[in-house]
Design a protein around this ligand. Structure first.
Ligand SMILES: Nc1ncnc2c1ncn2[C@@H]1O[C@H](COP(=O)(O)OP(=O)(O)OP(=O)(O)O)[C@@H](O)[C@H]1O
Ligand SMILES: [Mg+2]
Length: 263
């Protein structure tokens, strides 16, 4: 049975978040947040600007501290890891950040090699071969390898950043608004690339997005953040049927896309 047809209770969980609270100073960004991300799915993560989608992503990665709650990745509680098991978990995920996706002073190839140099002990020749493989995998021409971000189009930068996220052959990739700033055709091509890579590499994808087309075309499930909690999670039909005011405005408002079949 395909994984997405299995009852949710039987599915293997890649990321389990329980009772998460994150805040800065006086401000509480999320509280009592629970979320499961299943292995092998593309989870689309939506929410109004400033609700904390990037903060949640960074909290999972350990880049912002949490006040309470647990985060498990592949069944391991991230608070209980030794430094070496922490390093081992970090090798199993890759990240495409929302801002500053690439180091501007480095070439594409050098950017892709940053995580490789941090986590692997490889010869320069092997580093070059591996980087070229990743660059090809995301649909960039080999001559992009020696270019710097300033010489690339927006779409090429996103692809290069994806190549870097894939540098360590991760099992989970976090993509924070990977298609923002791309024209609809470029965004569609990027979505197709993510879907193809997800299938061929068996990736689990956590994708923050505002792009309705991405939600419809590539996401297996969608989770929505609002008021510091998950307000709905499930197949897109579940979110379309939600009565939550933000979800109604988002999916059925003036800028929502006309859904085939008239949902
Ligand atoms: N390091 C920080 N210190 C203080 N406040 C922060 C920090 N990082 C984020 N915030 C605040 O947390 C809130 C959530 O920010 P976040 O970037 O996660 O929003 P978002 O949902 O990703 O929005 P967008 O869709 O615009 O990317 C915002 O109010 C932001 O100002
Ligand atoms: Mg964000």
């Amino acid at each position: 049975m395909p994984a997405e047809a299995m009852p949710e209770s039987d599915r293997e969980v890649a990321i389990r978040i329980r009772d998460l609270e994150v805040g800065f100073g006086e401000k509480t960004i999320m509280k009592g947040l629970d979320l499961d991300v299943y292995r092998g799915e593309i989870l689309g993560f939506v929410g109004a600007s400033g609700t904390g989608k990037s903060v949640l992503t960074r909290a999972i990665l350990g880049l912002v501290p949490k006040r309470r709650g647990t985060i498990e990745v592949f069944g391991e509680n991230l608070d209980e890891l030794t430094p070496s098991s922490r390093k081992a978990i970090e090798r199993r995920w890759g990240v495409l950040f929302q801002h500053g996706a690439l180091f501007s002073s480095l070439t594409v190839k050098q950017n892709v090699q940053v995580p490789m140099r941090e986590y692997l002990d490889l010869s320069e020749r092997l580093l070059d071969e591996l980087a070229m493989l990743k660059i090809e995998m995301v649909g960039l021409q080999p001559d992009a390898a020696e270019k710097r971000p300033a010489d690339l189009s927006g779409g090429m930068i996103k692809r290069a950043a994806l190549a870097r996220a894939l540098a360590l052959d991760p099992e989970i990739v976090f993509l924070d608004e990977p298609t923002s700033g791309l024209d609809p055709i470029g965004a569609g091509e990027f979505d197709d690339l993510i879907a193809t890579l997800q299938k061929t590499l068996g990736l689990t994808v956590f994708m923050v997005t505002h792009d309705l087309d991405s939600l419809y075309s590539v996401c297996d499930r969608v989770a929505a953040l609002g008021d510091g909690k998950i307000i709905a999670a499930g197949p897109i039909e579940t979110l379309l049927a939600s009565q939550h005011p933000w979800l109604r405005a988002y999916f059925h408002g003036k800028r929502a896309r006309a859904v085939a079949g008239g949902v």
